[in-house]
Design a protein. Structure first.
Length: 168
């Protein structure tokens, strides 16, 4: 299989996994929420204001009118603007400043772990949360990772995984 074909096949399997997560109604939410149930109670009365205020354009509004994050093109700068815009206090800057996800590297898909030099994820990580053991074994340090998502699109093989943590 050509390298490009390999990447494309890995990308389509990643997208399938993302859809499967959505099917189970477990969504990656914007930061600053406290209870998952608040989205379903309050967001139906809103016109998706948080989405309009996100300069990174990562907040999408689902068919159920609740917001979710899409890291396909960018990540979260924790700029607070979505929380400031939320009139219903579903998002509130007083709540925890963390996205409900654990980010990790799939060593089967990662080029470096398979002996092909690649540092693509390292530079976009402003929190310096991706450390390489030697030249070929990148790892995400949980204590440093803010789940901002900026490393996701940088990875040519979609090896960076998002595991959504259920909250509230
Ligand atoms: S601004 Fe608040 S109420 Fe409106 S969609 Fe966003 S989170 Fe929901
Ligand atoms: S904190 Fe800023 S970048 Fe992150 S989702 Fe909210 S508006 Fe977008
Ligand atoms: S999600 Fe974590 S590892 Fe990735 S860029 Fe953000 S802080 Fe770094």
């Amino acid at each position: 299989m050509e390298r490009r074909e390999l990447f494309s096949s890995l990308a389509s399997s990643f997208n399938k996994e993302a859809r499967d997560e959505t099917k189970n109604n477990i969504l990656l939410r914007p930061p600053y929420f406290q209870n998952e149930s608040d989205f379903h109670k309050e967001c139906i009365n809103c016109n998706g204001k948080c989405s309009n205020f996100c300069e990174e354009h990562i907040i999408k509004i689902g068919e159920d009118k609740t917001p979710y994050l899409d890291f396909t093109n960018s990540g979260c700068t924790y700029c607070d603007e979505c929380a400031k815009a939320c009139e219903y206090e579903v998002l509130n800057i007083e709540h925890k400043k963390q996205i409900n996800a654990k980010i990790s590297i799939d060593i089967i898909k990662c080029l470096s772990w398979n002996q092909t030099m690649c540092f693509s994820c390292k530079d976009p990580c402003l929190d310096d949360a991706i450390e390489f053991l030697g030249m070929f074994r990148p790892q995400i340090i949980d204590d440093k990772c803010t789940s901002c998502g900026f490393c996701i699109k940088a990875c040519p093989t979609q090896a960076i995984e998002i595991k959504i943590i259920e909250q509230g």
